[in-house]
Design a protein around this ligand. Structure first.
Ligand code: SF4
Ligand code: SF4
Length: 115
């Protein structure tokens, strides 16, 4: 999810229930200079962590609130991993990319308009 101010992403959230979000452990809030809340992550590899899944909804990031395709919100928006910040950077302007389109397709949503 690129931009919380993007009404498009606030009505979607498909990427947050589709892809495993990994991050360097160095980005965890417990590390100097880190910011991602440790409690919402779990170890992934020796050097990386990943966002935990919702206990009742496999594949869904634990930090996502709301209903996909209707109204969603990242509850750690200011502390979200770099992968989330960098995902589909033009989505706020209604321009998707391959991964954004794939996530939306898997959840019955049409692709955003391309360039
Ligand atoms: S899949 Fe695309 S449109 Fe949907 S929330 Fe993610 S970046 Fe936004
Ligand atoms: S941290 Fe936020 S933006 Fe990233 S996948 Fe989870 S809910 Fe989506």
């Amino acid at each position: 999810m690129e931009s919380e101010s993007s009404s498009i992403c606030c009505r979607c959230g498909a990427c947050c229930v589709t892809f495993r979000i990994t991050l360097p452990r160095a980005d965890l809030a417990s590390r100097a200079g880190g910011w991602v809340p440790d409690a919402l992550t779990e170890p992934y590899t020796p050097t990386t962590a990943c966002m935990r899944e919702h206990p009742d909804m496999p594949g869904r990031c634990i930090a996502l609130a709301g209903s996909v395709g209707e109204s969603v919100r990242c509850t750690i928006y200011e502390q979200r991993p770099a992968a989330c910040r960098d995902f589909a950077p033009l989505s706020a302007f209604g321009i998707g990319d391959e991964a954004c389109d794939e996530a939306r397709r898997r959840h019955g949503l049409p692709p955003l308009g391309g360039l």
